[in-house]
Design a binder for this molecule. Structure first.
Ligand code: M6R
Length: 605
């Protein structure tokens, strides 16, 4: 995720670009940059760090009335001055800002290098400006060059381009990354999201996939990939800026819950070729995979729950020994790891002190290390032998939601890759991959249960405790559901293997106790159902999350997850328990995005 702004009009562009970027910093904030155009040259300023760092570089009296801006959340190449956008061609005549991922950038880069082009950054985005330069050099019509360029791009993009050839014009293109346009008496604007525009206009046009636009001082032309004209359609946005920054939701947590279909799609992008798993970073490791005798998953908090899930999958798919250790325990439990051990570290921030310390110990013991991280270039990402990035984008709410589900998805892909490298055939892999590709739409479908969840969350109003139960792959979902509820609503919650209830915790079940029961694994669901009945018999109110085929007539509150391979059910389960925690917290009037005593990133032991 990145934030883009563009302005051309009668007034200076800089104030709009900066206020727009500040409204979009929730989309990324590891570097920022702008290009301003005058009739003779493009002037670009860019820097690693937040927008405030960029502002320090700028003079206040910049009066150019056409420009583009970018605030970055790195996906290809660490946050650095060189990798920051805008990117320019060699002659500094074209400037581009990009949000999205160019999947085929390596092929395009090779092609362009053969044509004599030089690259200066590690980004996928730089190929876009060089391609534009290439096509423009063949026929100097920018609209044609843009159409030809986007036809070559695989993946997602929102682009904003300015050139010296038409100093008052901005070119815009969009596919699978957001872009909105607006017009007011000051000029014509574009941005990644409406909050950047709302101070100027509330009539906004979201660009559709495949559409492109040419913005001029007081006109706006829309066209499709064949250059055919399209009639612009504006929508009136009723939100104020604050609400719009949260996408109209009342908290970042809720917004991030609803972003999950998109970020899961991004995380899975380009990972499959037929039944083969595409993870070049793991191939490049060149480890002696047959000498790996033991695998350990290590993380804290929510990421630790993702590890418990991954550990079960790993054993199921590979049949090899593995374990999971909380990072905060790793250093103190004298872990039995050596050069034949693969250690997999999971972290949203990539900065968690315990996880980092565990990584250092694993490296000292000669283990092979892989990280699954969200923040590009973070400490954990830099220090492992190979790093895979979830594409969750910045997670602002303290309670992790979209980072967790993207971790589940990426760990799943990684484990399939490891099975492939060990030469192990995973049963039903075609069906599994087919369902994984459907995860974005299945997650969307799951979000459709929001109304029911909201109603059920009211049951917690006068309750001090809640219990989450599940077996096998439902167990990490139970743990994560309980953690989420505790974090944001302060309702005490515990998670148990369903079969463990009668060995103690059932003593706590009484009339009206709320039990969230996860029974999504068909092979074992009947056993879980009988455990649930034990709680109902003692007066518990049970909310059952199960698959579409389960016989659940006797239960009053049932949510059926869409049909998919059981190994994937943990993803919709997580979405449902996140919604449950959110509505419980809302019911109790809690500060949902900033729960008491918690920090987003725990950088001390
Ligand atoms: O950044 P990390 O994923 O390494 O953070 C680990 C935990 O601190 C984090 O998951 C924490 O448990 C969250 N508050 C969960 O919502």
């Amino acid at each position: 995720m990145c934030g883009i702004t563009g302005f051309t009009g009668k007034e200076p562009a800089l104030p709009f670009l900066l206020q727009g970027l500040s409204r979009l910093e929730y989309r990324g904030y590891d570097s920022a940059g702008i290009t301003l155009v005058n009739s003779k040259k493009l002037r670009t300023w860019k820097t690693k760090g937040r927008l405030a760092e960029l502002e320090k570089l700028l003079q206040k009296d910049l009066t150019q009335s056409c420009g583009i801006g970018h605030t970055r959340w790195a996906t290809h190449g660490v946050p650095s001055n060189m990798n920051a956008h805008p990117h320019m061609n060699e002659a500094c005549t074209i400037s581009v800002v990009h949000n999205g991922i160019v999947e085929n950038y390596a092929v395009l880069k090779e092609e362009l290098i053969k044509e004599g082009y030089h690259f200066h950054s590690e980004t996928d985005s730089e190929v876009i400006v060089q391609l534009l330069d290439y096509y423009y050099s063949k026929k100097p019509v920018m609209k044609d060059a843009l159409i030809k360029t986007v036809k070559r791009l695989e993946g997602s993009y929102a682009l904003c381009i300015t050139t010296i050839f038409e100093p008052n014009t901005i070119y815009v293109a969009k596919k699978e990354s957001p872009m909105v346009l607006g017009q007011s008496k000051e000029g014509v604007f574009c941005a990644s999201d409406a909050p950047a525009l709302l101070a100027y206009t509330k009539d906004i046009m979201p660009l559709q996939d495949g559409q492109m636009a040419i913005l001029n001082k007081n006109s706006l032309e829309l066209f499709d990939q064949n250059g055919k004209s399209i009639q612009p359609k504006f929508i009136h946005f009723p939100y104020d800026i604050q609400a719009a920054q949260k996408g109209g939701y009342d908290s970042f947590m809720m917004k991030e819950i609803h972003e999950q279909p998109d970020v899961i799609r991004e995380t899975l992008r380009g990972r499959f070729r037929g039944n083969k798993i595409v993870l070049p970073k793991i191939d490049e490791l060149k480890a002696d995979w047959n000498s790996i005798s033991n695998t350990v998953f290590i993380a804290c908090g929510t990421a630790y729950h993702a590890c418990i899930y991954a550990n079960s999958l790993y054993q199921k798919y590979t049949g090899k020994p593995s374990s999971v250790i909380p990072a905060s325990e790793f250093r103190y439990c004298d872990p039995n790891v050596d050069e034949h051990t693969l250690c997999i570290f999971v972290s949203q921030s990539g900065e968690t002190a315990d996880t980092l310390a565990a990584l250092k110990l694993a490296k000292a013991k000669g283990c092979t290390t892989i990280a699954v991280v969200n923040v590009l270039g973070s400490s954990i990402a830099r220090q492992t032998d190979a790093v895979l990035y979830t594409a969750a984008g910045p997670e602002i709410a303290v309670a992790s939601t979209k980072a967790y589900t993207t971790q589940l998805v990426l760990l799943h892909v990684l484990i399939l890759k490891l099975a492939e490298l060990y030469g192990i055939k995973v049963n039903g892999i075609s069906r599994l991959i087919k369902d994984m590709k459907r995860l974005p739409e299945l997650t969307e479908e799951t979000l459709g249960y929001e109304k029911e969840i909201k109603k059920y969350a009211k049951m917690l109003k006068d309750q001090r405790d809640a219990y989450f139960i599940g077996r096998q792959l439902d167990y990490p979902s139970a743990l994560e559901g309980a953690l989420k509820l505790k974090e944001v609503s302060y309702v005490h919650a515990d998670a148990y293997y369903a079969g463990e209830l009668k060995h103690g915790p059932i003593a706590l079940i009484e009339k009206n106790t709320v039990v969230i029961a996860l029974a999504t694994q068909p092979e074992i669901a009947a056993k879980t159902i009988s455990n649930i009945k034990e709680t109902v018999a003692r007066g518990a109110r049970v909310i059952l999350i199960t698959d579409p085929d389960m016989d659940a007539k006797e239960f009053k509150y049932v949510i059926r997850i869409p049909k998919m391979r059981p190994e994937l059910m943990a993803i919709p389960s997580a979405v449902l328990t996140q919604l449950f925690a959110y509505y419980a917290a809302k019911e109790k009037g809690c500060d949902i995005d900033k729960p008491r005593n918690l920090a987003k990133s725990v950088t001390v032991e």
